[in-house]
Ligand binder design. Structure first.
Ligand SMILES: *Cc1c(COP(=O)(O)O)cnc(C)c1O
Length: 392
């Protein structure tokens, strides 16, 4: 084998403004924390960092749940961990589907051998609670699952109503918070959520690689009552509990430096304060929408059902979707997301997540978008920047 080291230069990608569906930009402090020495995963110094990480994560989830840890793997690992621990072969699960990530949940349930009831909602809308209630009441499922913020469409479902349906019917309530955790208020204890999981690269603004997860009392009881062992060895929450708990029973090697970065991202969130952080996400979202609508473009999702961290903008007639995204990236260093599935070519997905959610990002994006669509002959209405800056 001939390999010339000169073909592998010491180069790294350039800086981008990450305004897609994730990852978002990381605070420099997070990346600096990750550059600290890699030590042993049973080193007392690392054990202390694991403990602090769990405390900070409970603060973010607003929970007392002892089993609140970052699973090693991205958001999808959290989704799989949640479902594979709660569903045994033959168990019935009601899954809400109003976008790509709901579909992913149904695929996991089927792989586990669960009995799937799928409630289909409209893509671009919140889940309709009446449809969900009907589906849960008609059966006697073990679990109801929903994606809180559908990153594929920009729609946000109402957790308190769905949670009360789960309680009425005595089923476990499982929620995907990959996009929403750290960007809007999701107090999981108060909302009566039994299992919640998230990801690090969206509103937590840490690189992808961990999936925060929390299991409540009822979920722990369901875990203890299982007849069959959890089908995934790596994602077995019983074993992970013994690793992250006082026993420190070796299961796998925690991704040491990733945990440093995550802990730092959580510290940044605690410094800002949850309420301030949620306000910031909402305000920048409103600024973006004001600018977009002033330009004469429109949003996919009705106002009351919109996610502040993921904005789905309808692509106007005659505009070349791919060209716009290319021009934004090559000309301005701005990444936005394309539509997925039935929404491909119909929307742009513009993220305002965590560290990226600033008025500066909004103004840069509006200016860049205006320039790019003008070059394709679109005549945007004037005053977008002014409209965005006057939002309080
Ligand atoms: C991003 C995302 C996921 C998947 O997370 P990965 O980190 O890409 O594995 C799951 N659910 C939702 C709602 C997401 O936005």
């Amino acid at each position: 084998m001939n390999l010339s080291i000169n073909d592998f230069r010491y180069t790294y990608p350039s800086e981008r403004l990450l305004m897609g569906p994730g990852p978002s930009n990381c605070a420099p402090r997070v990346l600096q924390a990750m550059a600290n020495p890699c030590i042993g995963h049973l080193d007392p110094q690392f054990l202390a960092i694991m403990d602090e990480t769990q405390q900070l994560l409970r603060f973010l989830f607003q929970t007392k749940n002892p089993l609140t840890i970052p699973v090693s793997g991205t958001g999808s690992a959290g989704m799989e961990a949640a479902l594979v621990n709660m569903i045994e072969p033959g168990d019935e699960a009601v899954i809400c589907v109003n976008g790509v990530f709901g579909v992913r949940m149904t695929e996991i349930v089927q792989r586990i051998g669960g009995k799937l009831t799928r409630v289909d909602g409209e893509w671009g809308r919140a889940m309709d609670p009446d449809l969900v209630r009907k589906a849960v009441k008609g059966k006697n499922p073990k679990l109801l699952a929903v994606v809180h913020g559908e990153t594929s469409t920009g729609a946000c479902s109402d957790l308190s109503t769905l949670s009360s349906i789960a309680r009425e019917c005595g089923v476990l309530f499982l929620v995907d918070m990959v996009t929403t955790l750290g960007g809007i208020n999701v107090p999981i204890d108060e909302l009566g959520i039994d299992v919640a999981y998230s990801g690090t690269q969206k509103c937590i603004s840490c690189p992808p690689g961990l999936s925060p997860i929390s299991f409540g009392q009822r979920a722990m009881e369901a875990l203890d009552r299982r007849k069959a062992p959890v089908m995934s060895w790596y994602l077995d929450m019983g074993m992970l509990r013994n690793y992250w708990g006082n026993e420190r029973k070796y299961h796998h090697t925690a991704p040491i430096n990733m945990i440093y970065g995550f802990r730092e991202a959580l510290r940044i969130i605690a410094e800002e304060g949850l309420e301030e952080r949620f306000k910031r996400h909402l305000k920048n979202h409103r600024a973006l929408v004001a600018g977009i609508e002033t330009m004469g473009l429109s949003m996919l999702v009705p106002e009351k059902e919109r996610l502040p961290m993921l904005n789905a903008i309808k692509i106007p007639e005659g505009i070349n979707d791919l060209q716009v995204r290319r021009d934004l990236l090559n000309g301005f260093g701005i990444e936005i997301g394309a539509g997925l599935g039935p929404l491909a070519g119909k929307i742009w997905r513009v993220g305002l997540m965590g560290h990226t959610s600033t008025l500066r990002s909004v103004l840069l994006f509006l200016t860049a978008l205006e320039t790019v669509i003008k070059s394709q002959g679109f005549k945007p209405g004037a005053g977008a920047i002014e409209a965005a800056t006057t939002i309080v």
